[in-house]
Design a protein around this ligand. Structure first.
Ligand code: ATP
Ligand code: MG
Length: 390
């Protein structure tokens, strides 16, 4: 029995966006995501994407798992391919629906006939297929209002299909349809979630990670790479820029008031990330900040941080509680990596009493006195780049 995967394109999602762009990018992302699983014929017709495996040994479970990670897909399903003949549909339906119906108590059949040349109308198709399924599984009852299983028969231009279950996709918009943005990624819980959330809105990502060896270790960086690899399941490949801040941070420690270390470091991060964004033609910065979570995330501190950014800063977690963030982190498979215990450059030289209401004027003055500009330039010059992919 030939089986394929059908992806329904939600009409709502298509509204604001040029439909062709949406479809082209989504198709490209699906093809990329399925690489390594065999050869496929992938086509789009009548608001549906058809994925037909061309190799015998392709496992559709693997295909569905991958499709379930692709943004821009609201629902999808596996489907059995039939000839456009009622006899063939009736013959295949009992076998194909066995797993779904054997343990169910109630079901209904829904039919859609988009090819109007097919000689049976939808209600007739439903009645015939329903009768055949009741014959094969006499324990079943028909329940049109609230069935456990809905069997759908579709008669389309290219063929007829039987489906028993609809799987929910990630939703969102295809990665790339909103442009490119730069995630400031740490090894913590928040920034990978922020990356996931903005990729869901159609942004392709590149990443900046700051480290301070020997205060931070090689293992800490490997952990960040692992996190990005997990995020790339959803977001596609990510170019990671690693920037060394050791000299900048040591100089700040020697020359700046301790209570300003945190805000000064945040501003350095914004300046460097803005430059990398500019050089890579990225249109925005993304952080995992959440209002009030720590001293550097008060409204006043965020204001001072923003003043150093030369791009719009997206903070998708700004109004979320830690528990809500953790729930997403678990769902997307990042949490167990995030809680591995490695140091971050943010916790190097942390002040005992960081300013929670820093005043921009004084912060800028401290910056000027510390003469950090040349060190910042050097950090940008010596950044390393690596592509992370799942
Ligand atoms: P996270 O869990 O994402 O580390 P956090 O709650 O620990 O966040 P901070 O350490 O204050 O908060 O960092 C706030 C944001 O700054 C992070 O979400 C991330 O976007 C960015 N950031 C922090 N440390 C780094 C780093 N070493 N490299 C790049 N960006 C960083
Ligand atoms: Mg952190």
């Amino acid at each position: 029995m030939k089986e394929i995967v059908l992806i329904k394109l939600g009409e709502m999602v298509l509204k604001g966006l040029n439909r062709r762009t949406f479809e082209d990018v989504l198709l490209k992302n699906i093809k990329y995501r399925l690489r390594g699983l065999g050869r496929f014929e992938i086509k789009i017709a009548q608001s549906t994407i058809f994925i037909r495996p061309l190799s015998e040994d392709t496992d559709l479970d693997d295909v569905c798992e991958r499709i379930g990670d692709v943004f821009g897909i609201v629902t999808f399903s596996r489907a059995c391919c039939c000839e456009k003949e009622l006899d063939d549909i009736l013959q295949k339906a009992p076998d194909y629906c066995r797993d779904a119906l054997e343990d169910a108590a109630t079901f209904k059949v829904e039919s859609k006939r988009s090819d109007k040349r097919f000689p049976y109308k939808s209600p007739e198709i439903s009645a015939q297929v329903g009768g055949k399924l009741l014959e094969a599984y006499p324990h079943l009852k028909v329940d049109v209002k609230n069935p456990e299983v809905t069997v759908t028969v579709e008669v389309r231009d290219f063929g007829a299909y039987i489906r028993c279950a609809t799987i929910r996709g990630q939703g969102g918009m295809p990665v790339g349809t909103s442009g490119l943005a730069t995630i400031l990624i740490s090894g913590g819980i928040d920034s990978p979630v922020a990356a996931y959330m903005m990729a869901k809105r159609g942004l392709k990502l590149n990443a900046v990670h700051f480290e301070s060896p020997p205060y931070t270790s090689e293992r800490a960086r490997i952990k960040v790479e692992k996190l990005l690899r997990q995020v790339s399941r959803y977001a596609g490949s990510i170019e990671m820029h690693t920037v060394e801040l050791t000299k900048v941070q040591e100089t700040m420690r020697d020359r700046c008031p301790e209570e300003l270390f945190t805000i000064l470091l945040r501003r350095v991060m914004m300046k460097i990330a803005s430059r990398i964004a500019k050089e890579t033609k990225s249109g925005a910065l993304i952080t995992g900040e959440s209002l009030g979570q720590v001293a550097s995330q008060t409204m006043y501190a965020l204001g001072c941080t923003d003043a150093a950014a030369e791009k719009v800063v997206f903070r998708p977690l700004i109004g979320m509680d830690k528990q809500e963030i953790i729930d997403i982190s678990r769902r997307i498979g990042c949490f167990d990596i995030s809680i591995e215990p490695y140091e971050d450059c943010c916790t190097v030289f942390t002040p005992k009493h960081p300013r929670t209401k820093p005043i921009l004027h004084f912060v800028e003055q401290a910056e000027r006195e510390a003469q950090l500009d040349e060190l910042i330039e050097e950090a940008i010059r010596t950044a390393t780049v690596k592509t992370i992919d799942f």
